[in-house]
Design a protein around this ligand. Structure first.
Ligand code: XMP
Length: 513
């Protein structure tokens, strides 16, 4: 049985990062909410448990508490920040509020370690750790030793070796903590005795075997968008069951230039499956005629998409299994100590009540985005598909500002293709998180040859971001912008001006609509 670590979520902002760090050590782990039933935890059978941080004080009325039984399971536990405090509090230690005292700490803090403790073995006797706490532990529970201190925090770490309980007030998962990764490794390998055998190849082999076993001779249908997640899911399922898989690709005519053909070629040439492409630009455009309000456009595109998709499924594939490219972050509602609550995400669609599948298959549901990409590469998907930028569900529909017509979509597709081509040629795309062209629907006066023009404007948007929650506008060199502008104006009919969007998020959003 595969070794697993359980991360219990108390609502901290670094929960996913903890899970990533564990998986980087080739140990499989999952995040579950702090109040997960003890029987479920036993059944999960983890080698070790990590309590995350969280924004609360253990004394808040609404603060998350876990069952004390968890400390009696004989499973090693590592408490981090709030997780450290809740361990101390639950086992009879004293947590003190530092509102009026100097014991609260934020940021890089010099910390002294007891290097005879298994968690800190082999590390320097002192180093920088990343602290973010108001309350502090003033007295450890019976049976615990203090294993790290700072100038203002009497208990920066504590342990009870007999019960295999360990806790740190700081955040070892954050890069600012020197040797934080070594501490996590000590927990995983020395304390929990993990071997670190979780590899992508073994993930692929086990998943393929599981899908075969589950599906037997039935059919599987998957909605393919051409995005990373559904593409990797399609490749994986194809490896398991070949032609028993049908991928339905709805091309609403709002994709980037030639993108629909690229998706079709990839999946018909490189993979064994039935590929069904529904070309429905005309239908979409007729529904969108005369509509320019952004939310109304989004709603129509979304509704029409699902209508077309489910009608096709209903007609031809309404039995067997339904597959989708849900990935781990889609299932996590982070920051609320309630990690396992499933939110309705665009990747997770509700199946209409009149269609009855045997079950839903989500082969990537436990993977993070970069792990999904790794699987995609190992399965031989083209680099371009595996590393593609995010693309909004409504496609170019939210980049053609105002009414969407065939001509306006075409103008935007051409301009966007030039932008991508230039970025690729000069290699600058590596520096950008996302970039695209927008057709704002503003006409301006220009002069071409000796004649007056009155034509469309193209805006270029390019951002740099880690998480797309906030983003900086990209400082693209002027020469590159100049080349892009020149080519767009010369090569795209009906465009006589190009501007560059220098708005960060906030106050702007990445997309214009
Ligand atoms: P905003 O515009 O909200 O975009 O700053 C943040 C990121 O989300 C993408 N985006 C979407 N993705 N469906 C999606 O799947 C949508 O409706 C949608 N709207 C925006 C956007 O491209 C950016 O990466």
């Amino acid at each position: 049985m595969q070794e697993k670590i359980l991360v219990l979520d108390f609502g901290g902002q670094y929960n996913q990062l903890i899970a990533r760090r564990v998986r980087d050590c080739n140990v499989y782990c999952e995040i579950l909410p702090y109040n997960t039933d003890i029987e479920k935890i036993k059944k999960f059978s983890p080698r070790g448990i990590i309590f995350t941080g969280g924004p609360n004080s253990v004394y808040d009325e609404t603060s998350p508490h876990c069952s004390k039984e968890i400390f009696e399971l004989g499973i090693p536990i590592l408490g981090i920040c709030y997780g450290c405090q809740i361990m101390a509090y639950s086992l009879g230690g004293v947590v003190t509020s530092a509102i009026d005292s100097s014991s609260s700490e934020y940021g890089k803090t010099i910390t002294s370690y007891d290097t005879s403790d298994i968690l800190f073995k082999g590390l320097p006797k002192s180093g920088v750790s990343w602290m973010s706490h108001r309350d502090f532990i003033s007295q450890v529970p019976n049976g615990f030793c203090i294993t790290a201190t700072t100038d203002s925090c009497p208990v920066a770490a504590m342990s009870c070796e007999e019960k295999k309980l360990y806790a740190v007030q700081f955040h070892p998962e954050v890069n600012h903590t020197e040797h934080g990764k070594d501490m996590l490794k000590a927990f995983l390998f020395d304390i929990c005795q993990c071997k670190g055998e979780w590899k992508m190849e073994s993930f692929i082999d086990t998943t393929v075997a599981d899908i075969k076993e589950k599906v037997k001779d039935k059919g599987v249908v998957l909605g393919l968008s051409g995005g990373v997640d559904s593409s990797v899911a399609a490749a994986l399922i194809s490896k398991a069951i070949g032609k028993q898989l049908t991928c339905v690709f709805v091309d609403q005519g709002l994709m980037r230039k030639d993108e629909g053909d690229f998706v079709e070629q990839t999946f018909t040439k490189l993979f064994d499956m039935n590929f069904v492409r529904i070309n429905c630009q005309k239908e979409f455009l007729s529904k969108l005629k005369g509509i320019s309000e952004p939310e109304a456009k989004r709603k129509i595109i979304g509704e029409e998409f699902y209508k077309v998709f489910w009608n096709k499924i209903r007609e031809n594939y309404g039995s067997g299994y339904f597959a989708q490219g849900t990935i781990y972050p889609d299932r996590i509602e982070s920051g609320k100590g309630d990690a396992a609550k499933i939110k309705t995400h665009h990747n997770q669609v509700g199946v209409p009540e009149d269609i009855h599948f045997e079950d839903i298959i989500e082969p990537l549901k436990d993977l993070f985005k970069d792990e999904v990409r790794e699987v995609g590469e190992k399965l031989g998907l083209p680099h371009e598909l595996v590393w593609r930028q995010p693309f909004p569900g409504p496609g170019l529909g939210v980049r053609v500002i105002g009414e969407i017509t065939e001509e306006r979509v075409k103008i935007l597709q051409e301009a966007d293709a030039i932008l991508r081509d230039e970025m690729k040629k000069c290699g600058y795309e590596e520096n950008l998180s996302q970039f695209f062209a927008v057709l704002p629907g503003v006409k301006t006066v220009g002069v071409m040859g000796d004649a007056r023009t009155y034509d469309e404007l193209i805006a270029i948007r390019a951002v740099v971001t880690d998480d797309f929650m906030t983003a900086d506008w990209a400082k693209i060199p002027y020469e590159i912008l100049g080349r892009i502008s020149n080519r767009i104006i010369n090569e795209v009919d009906h465009v006589n001006r190009v501007v560059y969007d220098i708005t960060s998020k906030p106050p702007g959003t990445v997309e214009w609509e």
